[in-house]
Write a protein that binds this ligand. Structure first.
Ligand SMILES: CC(C)=CCC/C(C)=C/CC/C(C)=C/C=C/C(C)=C/C=C/C=C(C)/C=C/C=C(C)/C=C/C=C(C)/C=C/CC(C)(C)O
Ligand SMILES: C[S@@+](CC[C@H](N)C(=O)[O-])C[C@H]1O[C@@H](n2cnc3c(N)ncnc32)[C@H](O)[C@@H]1O
Length: 370
């Protein structure tokens, strides 16, 4: 019955004369316009992102954060022809990145304003050039044909021993993760304050940006970072320059083949689990279970599938991003819960974040019987 309804709807939508009628009839016209706009935006998404990239590369948001300017003033500042500057400004205004201020001046729009002082997003916008190269032929990507640039960018996702990766292999991705970490840390620490814990171990913790943010908010917290040896070296430098060397321990290793150190009453996996297929994700969770104190807490933070108000982020964006990287996928909280239970965790709780698009947060405790 339900299926019959959808097939009638599909047949109607496929009919050019129905579409013509619905676009003209006053009661259906708003729906027809919204659908055509939604579809147009899907077709044009790449163009919109390139307008954003041009603004980021030209540092337009920083420039206009100082004060509004005319197209003429901006063209001189950017060293670009006035006609081209005007074209970019008009495009950016239409995308709400910029806004007109009076007749001939331009300032920040509501979206551009949110990008100022947000270098993590700008770094991601630049990084997307590589992703879009890999997505040029999405069907070939789905069929697993050809080597992707992202699989080299994230070398731990390929075959081989991740522990052997060198400083050169890990530097770009570690810097990208550190640049985007403030956005995530804000969400995670807002959703689950860590000052109730004594010792937090961040597994796959990158260069320590998350732990440094946690240590700042919880002055009595000791922190332990576990990551690949080459990444761990970078964390030592961060903790030294943040004056955290007395509260921080750094351990290099491979969480897929080495046991994790014991002694922490909280263990975090931030943007780690979704990089791995289920079998490896279970290995990581079981290692976490072995390492955690019996009354300890595991904290998982990463973008999740079916995030409220942001479904395409998990399944479309990270689905295809991680496909290009070579493994993993964004999971729903339900799928994460299932993995947690199989790995010997219970008391699984979801913690609401302010921006579910950026990350979800789940905690769990070692099951008493496991
Ligand atoms: C002031 C007046 C008059 C009115 C105020 C009205 C009002 C209430 C406005 C709200 C303003 C506000 C608070 C805006 C906030 C905006 C924010 C926080 C925007 C954040 C945007 C974040 C973006 C676009 C994030 C993008 C993230 C990306 C693309 C992440 C990619 C991550 C990757 C590729 C990770 C890779 C790691 C791997 C491999 C998957 O493990
Ligand atoms: C996507 S990054 C997330 C980094 C950091 N947690 C953050 O959110 O900014 C994944 C991290 O897991 C680490 N990693 C990947 N495979 C690993 C392995 N087998 N053993 C230890 N760490 C690993 C990477 O080096 C990287 O720092």
């Amino acid at each position: 019955m339900v299926d019959r309804f959808w097939s009638v709807r599909d047949r109607l939508m496929a009919s050019a004369s129905f579409r013509r009628w619905a676009a003209a009839f006053p009661l259906t016209r708003p729906i027809a316009r919204r659908r055509s706009r939604d579809l147009f935006d899907l077709c044009a998404g790449f163009v919109y992102s390139q307008v954003l990239l041009a603004c980021v590369r030209l540092r337009l948001f920083d420039i206009l954060a100082e004060h509004s300017m005319t197209a003429h003033e901006l063209s001189r500042r950017l060293g670009m022809a006035e006609e081209a500057t005007e074209r970019l400004l008009r495009a950016a205004v239409s995308l709400r990145l910029l806004a007109r201020r009076g007749d001939d001046r331009f300032g920040l729009g509501p979206l551009g304003a949110a990008l100022v002082g947000n270098p993590g997003v700008a770094a991601m916008v630049e990084h997307h050039a590589m992703l879009y190269d890999d997505l040029r032929d999405p069907v070939a990507l789905l069929r697993g044909e050809g080597k992707t640039a992202l699989s080299s960018y994230w070398p731990y996702a390929g075959a081989g021993h991740p522990s052997d990766l060198t400083a050169g292999d890990v530097s770009s991705y570690t810097a990208l993760m550190a640049a985007s970490q403030p956005l995530i840390a804000e969400e995670v620490l807002g959703a689950y304050p860590l000052n109730r814990h004594r010792r937090l171990m961040d597994v796959g913790g990158g260069d320590g940006a998350f732990l440094a943010a946690a240590a700042e908010r919880a002055p009595d917290l000791e922190v332990v970072l576990f990551d690949l040896p080459a990444v761990a070296e970078r964390a030592k430098l961060r903790f030294q320059s943040a004056g955290l060397q007395d509260r921080a321990t750094v351990i290099g290793g491979d969480f897929l083949s080495n046991p994790l150190p014991k002694g922490a009453d909280a263990l975090s996996l931030v943007r780690v689990l979704h990089d791995h297929d289920d079998c490896e994700a279970l290995t990581i969770l079981r290692a976490a279970r072995q390492a955690l104190a019996p009354d300890g807490t595991l904290l998982i933070a990463e973008p999740m599938a079916e995030a409220p108000g942001a479904h395409p982020v998990g399944d479309a964006y990270f689905g295809f991003y991680l496909l290009a990287m070579g493994r993993g996928h964004a999971r729903t909280p339900h799928e994460i819960t299932d993995l947690l239970q199989r790995a010997g965790f219970s008391s699984v709780r979801r913690h609401a974040t302010a921006m579910p698009l950026l990350t979800g947060v789940i905690t769990a405790s070692p099951a008493k019987s496991a």
